[in-house]
Design a protein. Structure first.
Lengths: 408, 481
């Protein structure tokens, strides 16, 4: 062995609360001694103390790079010579190689691409890993130009609906990727449906969470039960199906159950959701908490009785794993990988998506029996400890990258 | 002394040009009634509009476009324009003041105007705070964070009002509440104003926790306006909860061009499967996911239908996903944006119009469908129950209820006679109650009333005179210096 593999994880924004899994993957692989970097377009919430784990290691800041700014155009023109110069000084051979090969492939268009790819060139990676399939669709040429391996992760929306109109949207990815990472079986099936070769090198690694961190202090059955505390955590987006969740809560309320529904998260559909709250007459029952830190989420989960997840499109959903780790029974739809996440009837209930009535029935079943809630909560915790441990996930990723690197 | 009827000058503020069809047809109608329209927008209207003798366009460049992206030289151009405008403003104030005080006399100002011009420039900032213009009246309420941010906001506001300086109109019309909020200071300068309440900005925005301020802004603008137009009773009730004075309110329903939108000539439609159509931007308010689930339910009952969605918007991906997820790719078509003619022929070739909105004022799309003789299935939100009588010209279903939508589709799919009868009734209703002519009549009346009331109404006159005096005072003050 000569040097450690250099892996670059490509994400749009880093770090980001709703994409905590990438932060923990980065930290985990770094702790295993891999030469891992993150390349993002935008810096996320770095200084709010949201991610203390990123500040514990001194070398972290050097490992997070953002690509050169693309706007305003005048600034780009100003920066271009400088970027060219800096990249050339750092990687003279690779820069020449990129430009020559690129020119043969794209003609003069490579000039523009160079600016966008400069950060890749100066990192000189062994493996580029696109964390979302949609990022990779246009970038597969980097494999030839930089003479490195390219792997692609699929996490849900990228296979569920990005480019769904275009049958060739991922053709390049299926043809050229050295390895695919998918969260679960459902996504693999979707990949096959969208033209992926059955023999393509792929691995299914479900998300994982810090089970020591997400740990309940008491079991659900012990919690006070004059009001039923229902909780949803996730970005306010149409994919999460909050409108159906609200309708189901409405029928639960109408059936005479005293409850309180807390929604944690922020997003573009705040207006839609707050309007639905008003229209359904749930102003005194629903609490829109906005975005919360990890501690706050744990705190709120601690004081909740049921975790409700009404998604219509989902990859796997980390929040549901966290809820199970916190011993919350889960009422969830059957969207995407959720049936692989929650065991129907054991750790929670799986119901058809877009069906508020079915959601309500499951909530009612749980509302009536604190014994059932306790049993399902315990089963959930057990399952998470078996299946979704962060250590196992990191080991699996390490193995995946080594396999990809050894491939010829 | 009898005078020829003076042409009304109407200023329309807060538009993104090209305007929505229903606004464009209203404007065309008003132009036809010999009202001079001045439209403000950052984009240039088409030549067809500009060629109309009564149409003026006031360029209000948006802040981002002209200053930030196009470069700083435009700032200098604007500064030049601003100075010119200030000069003109001083001129017109002089002229305006005189003509109102002494009738027609508007002579002697040659030398003075320069003096005043100089004053305006010196006093520019101050006069805005307490002088004649009182442009920044509402601006004070804009409590924004730091000092720098405040200065920026102030510059931005001043910049926004520059194009208006030095000109005058009889009535200001805000076709959207948002426009009235953005340009609320225009209501403080003595020109009567009319605001339209159409739907989402009253129904939805105030409930958004991040836009709480809009409640107060609505209240302020309702107080400042001389008249407020609501598209239906439901919106009026909603708006009254934000402090709208019922005495100021006028309900004028939207209208449809019944000549253009008419039932198919030959009358025969392909009858093998039921064709359902809907028109509207692809936005969450339209509740398309409920419509698609309803279509899915209908199909699983074994009823063969096609569903076309005309329009485009941010939710396209959501709809595509839902269509794929429910395996409706062969039954549901997303047609995108179509021309008016194509919309008409699509309506004429369909059997039922479906509106699944979770919130509406009165849907213009439904009006167009009724004019084409289609029965309408609609949710019972907003003014839709005022438009559709359940069982007569369509069927109403509860909001967010796909099972009810499926039921309604099933009812109509079985009964061709019912569809025809409802379609005929719908067409009749639209022709008598929602015709373009009567809508324009009502608008003309509203605008003329607003203008004349402001002239004769004692209260408003005093107020006007007061502010004029105040203005004169500060002018003297300036002259002394």
């Amino acid at each position: 062995m000569t040097k450690e593999l250099r892996i670059v994880l490509v994400v749009p924004t880093f770090p980001k609360v709703s994409e905590t899994f990438i932060v923990s993957k980065f930290r985990g692989l770094l702790d295993r001694g891999m030469d891992i970097h993150v390349l993002c377009n935008r810096r996320g919430e770095t200084n709010d103390g949201v991610f203390p784990e990123l500040r514990q290691i001194d070398e972290v800041p050097q490992r997070i790079r953002s690509s050169w700014p693309r706007r305003p155009i005048a600034f780009v023109l100003l920066m271009y010579p400088l970027v060219l110069f800096l990249t050339f000084i750092r990687r003279p051979v690779l820069t020449c190689r990129y430009l020559v090969k690129g020119f043969l492939k794209f003609g003069l268009g490579i000039g523009k691409r160079f600016y966008l790819d400069a950060a890749f060139i100066s990192l000189n990676p062994d493996i580029i890993h696109f964390e979302f399939g949609s990022l990779a669709a246009e970038k597969m040429y980097l494999r030839e130009l930089l003479d490195c391996k390219v792997t692609v992760g699929f996490r849900g929306y990228d296979l569920n609906f990005v480019g769904i109109e275009d049958p060739d949207f991922y053709r390049d990815v299926w043809k050229r990727a050295d390895g695919l990472h998918l969260l679960g079986d459902d996504l693999w099936k979707r990949a096959l449906n969208r033209g992926c070769d059955e023999l393509a090198f792929h691995t299914l690694i479900p998300p994982a969470i810090d089970t020591a961190y997400f740990r309940s202090k008491e079991t659900v059955a012990d919690r006070s039960c004059d009001t039923l505390n229902i909780l949803s955590v996730g970005r306010l987006d149409w994919r999460k199906g909050y409108e159906y969740a609200l309708q189901s809560v409405k029928s639960v309320v109408e059936d005479g159950i005293k409850c309180r529904f807390t929604i944690v998260g922020d997003g573009n559909y705040l207006e839609s959701i707050s309007f639905a709250v008003h229209q359904l007459g749930l102003d005194n029952i629903v609490y829109l908490k906005g975005a919360c830190s990890r501690e706050e989420v744990r705190e709120i989960m601690q004081s909740s009785d049921i975790f409700l997840h009404a998604a219509v499109s989902e990859g796997f959903c980390n929040a549901v794993i966290e809820a199970q780790a916190m011993e919350l029974p889960v009422v969830s739809t059957d969207a995407g990988g959720l049936p692989e996440n929650v065991i129907d009837g054991t750790t929670g209930f799986i119901v058809p998506r877009r069906d508020p009535r079915a959601l309500a029935n499951s909530i009612m079943a749980l509302a009536e029996s604190s014994e059932l809630r306790g049993r399902m909560g315990e089963a959930g915790r057990k399952r998470v400890l078996q299946e979704f441990r962060i250590g196992d996930q990191i080991t699996a990723f390490e193995k995946f990258y080594r396999n990809v690197a050894d491939k010829t | 002394m009898p005078q020829a009827k003076k042409q009304l000058r109407l200023l329309i503020v807060g538009l993104k040009w090209p305007a929505e069809t229903f606004l464009a047809q209203l404007f065309k109608g008003l132009l036809g009634r010999d009202i001079e329209l001045t439209v403000t927008s950052s984009t240039k209207p088409s030549q067809e509009w500009l060629d109309h003798p009564n149409f003026r366009w006031l360029h209000t460049p948006s802040w981002d476009v002209s200053i930030v992206s196009r470069g700083y030289w435009l700032c200098w151009l604007w500064l030049g324009a601003a100075m010119r405008s200030l000069l003109r403003r001083a001129w017109s104030m002089e002229q305006g003041g005189k003509s109102k005080e002494h009738g027609a006399g508007s002579v002697e100002h040659g030398g003075k105007s320069k003096e005043h011009g100089a004053w305006s420039m010196e006093q520019g900032g101050k006069s805005k705070e307490h002088g004649a213009g009182s442009m920044e009246q509402g601006g004070g309420s804009e409590e924004s964070g730091g000092g720098l941010e405040k200065i920026r906001e102030r510059i931005r506001r001043t910049y926004r009002y520059l194009p208006f300086i030095g000109r005058t109109w009889d009535v200001i019309y805000f076709p959207w509440n948002s426009g009235a909020i953005d340009y609320s200071e225009l209501m403080g300068i003595g020109i009567p104003s009319v605001i339209s309440c159409r739907g989402a900005q009253i129904n939805i925005a105030p409930h958004n926790p991040k836009r709480r301020r809009i409640k107060d802004e609505l209240r302020t603008t309702f107080q400042g306006a001389s008249k407020v137009h609501c598209v239906c009773e439901a919106i009026r009730t909603e708006a009254e909860s934000y402090g709208l004075d019922p005495a100021k309110t006028v309900v004028i329903t939207p209208a449809v061009d019944i000549e253009f939108f008419s039932p198919a000539r030959n009358g025969e439609k392909p009858e093998n499967r039921l064709r359902i159509v809907t028109t509207g931007s692809l936005i969450w308010r339209k509740g398309y996911e409920y419509a698609l689930t309803g279509v899915y339910d209908t199909l699983s009952r074994g009823i063969e239908i096609d569903f076309s969605i005309i329009g485009d918007g941010p939710e396209r991906q959501r709809l595509l996903y839902t269509i794929h997820d429910l395996k409706l790719t062969s039954q549901v078509k997303l047609l995108g944006n179509l021309t008016r003619e194509a919309v008409r022929s699509e309506l004429q070739n369909s059997h039922v119009f479906l509106l699944s909105s979770v919130s509406e004022g009165i849907s213009n799309a439904a009006l167009e469908a009724m004019a084409c003789g289609l029965p309408v299935i609609t949710t019972d939100c907003g003014g839709m129950t005022e438009l559709i009588t359940d069982g007569v010209d369509g069927l109403t279903v509860p909001v967010r209820d796909s099972a009810a939508i499926a039921m309604a589709i099933a009812t109509l799919s079985e009964d061709k006679k019912l569809r025809d009868r409802m379609g005929r009734k719908g067409r009749e209703k639209v022709c008598t109650e929602y015709s373009l002519e009567s809508q324009i009549d009502q608008f003309e009346e509203l605008i003329c009333n607003t203008a004349t009331r402001a002239e004769h109404g004692a209260g408003s006159r005093e107020q006007g005179a007061g502010s004029r005096k105040q203005g004169a005072g500060s002018r003297k003050q300036g002259a002394k210096r």
